[in-house]
Ligand binder design. Structure first.
Ligand SMILES: Nc1ncnc2c1ncn2[C@@H]1O[C@H](COP(=O)(O)OP(=O)(O)OP(=O)(O)O)[C@@H](O)[C@H]1O
Length: 328
């Protein structure tokens, strides 16, 4: 195995007729055995970057090497070493679950003697032992996703690309997929995953890269990225400003010592027409120590408080800090 499982060098992709680059000069390296999370809002360029790394998209400039193979110069060689689990079901509907695995193994040159054994082992590992003869259309979304992971693993790839691995899965299926990703990591498989799910990224990734507008904005371990935030803790407060202009409430709270920032994260109007504002306070000390001053400030200005909860800064705070709240 080469020194890095994935090397991306000044990668650029501009689609025909587009005025901007979908991927705009991205560089990073993923060492063997790492789980690398690629995060970014819709349209940030994640799928395009992964498309280049998995030979489905041709780069405009720059280069990418996966498991020692330049993906543009030797796409066939690269495909032997990587596997992709796409977001959408692309299983062959004319074959049953087990046949999908066998066909894929055959395509990738897995010796005949190993194909059937590997297919059965993988079905078992993915909790699909009873589904081998099922038609693809009869599988649930979670089962199809697990079958796609089994299919990706049957030719023993060195690097596995997972596009939004748990989108649309129920909590059990999501946890199952997370456990399998952790197993693969323990076996030394390098994994690149794209996700919008910050908890998933924080839980699974050794390091994450945050991408927006085709550029890499930050790259580090989740803990180090969270450590770059000025605030270490959060307080979520639900308030009903009543007589006070709603925009005054964050202003007041910013005046409490220890509060580094206040952001409105939602507004709801109840059946009784009372509007509740949900505010997140970013604090630079133990959040519990600020509950009294925060409640006191609100009480002083007759702002009704209907809920307070404490938390720690998360990767989502890093993500929002870097990419903003604007809908893409
Ligand atoms: N085949 C294509 N032709 C033209 N433009 C494209 C094509 N595919 C993607 N784009 C554009 O490139 C940009 C990056 O898209 P991409 O799908 O890589 O983003 P993404 O980060 O994967 O988004 P999402 O999270 O929504 O899947 C977007 O502006 C998108 O509209």
């Amino acid at each position: 195995m080469p020194e890095a499982a994935v090397v991306v060098n000044e990668l650029v992709k501009r689609y025909p007729k587009s005025r901007t680059n979908a991927v705009d000069g991205i560089s990073f390296r993923v060492p063997p055995g790492e789980v690398f999370g690629l995060l970014g809002p819709n349209g940030a360029g994640k799928t395009t970057a992964v498309g280049i790394l998995t030979t489905r998209v041709l780069p405009t400039s720059g280069n990418a090497v996966v498991a020692g193979v330049d993906v543009a110069a030797d796409p066939v060689g690269a495909r032997r070493k990587v596997a992709v689990v796409p977001q959408r079901n692309n299983l062959d509907r004319s074959l049953n679950a087990r046949q999908n695995l066998i066909w894929h193994a055959t395509y990738h040159g897995v010796p005949r003697a190993d194909r059937h054994r590997l297919a059965d082992e993988l079905l078992d590992r993915m909790g699909l032992a009873a589904k081998g003869k099922s038609q693809v259309d009869d599988l649930s979304g979670g089962q199809a996703q697990r079958l796609m992971i089994a299919r990706a693993l049957i030719h023993r790839p060195e690097v596995l690309f997972l596009d939004e691995p748990s989108t649309g899965l129920d909590p059990q299926a999501r946890l199952f997929v997370h456990d399998r990703i952790a197993d693969l990591r323990a076996q030394g498989v390098t994994i690149v995953l794209t996700t919008h799910d910050m908890d998933e990224a924080e839980k699974l990734s050794d390091r994450v890269g945050v991408v927006d507008h085709g550029r890499l904005l930050a790259l580090d371990t989740p803990r180090a990225l969270i450590g770059t935030l000025p605030a270490s803790g959060t307080i979520d407060a639900s308030v009903r400003p009543d007589g006070l202009a709603p925009e005054r409430v964050p202003e007041l709270l910013r005046g409490v010592a220890g509060v580094c920032g206040v952001e409105e994260v939602g507004v709801t109007t109840a059946a009784d027409c009372v509007t509740e504002h949900r505010l997140r306070l970013y604090v630079d000390r133990e959040p519990a120590s600020l509950l009294g001053p925060v409640a006191g400030m609100l009480d002083e200005h007759r702002v009704a408080l209907s809920g307070l909860s404490l938390g720690s800064a998360t990767l989502e705070d890093v993500f929002i800090g870097l990419t903003g709240r604007e809908l893409r």
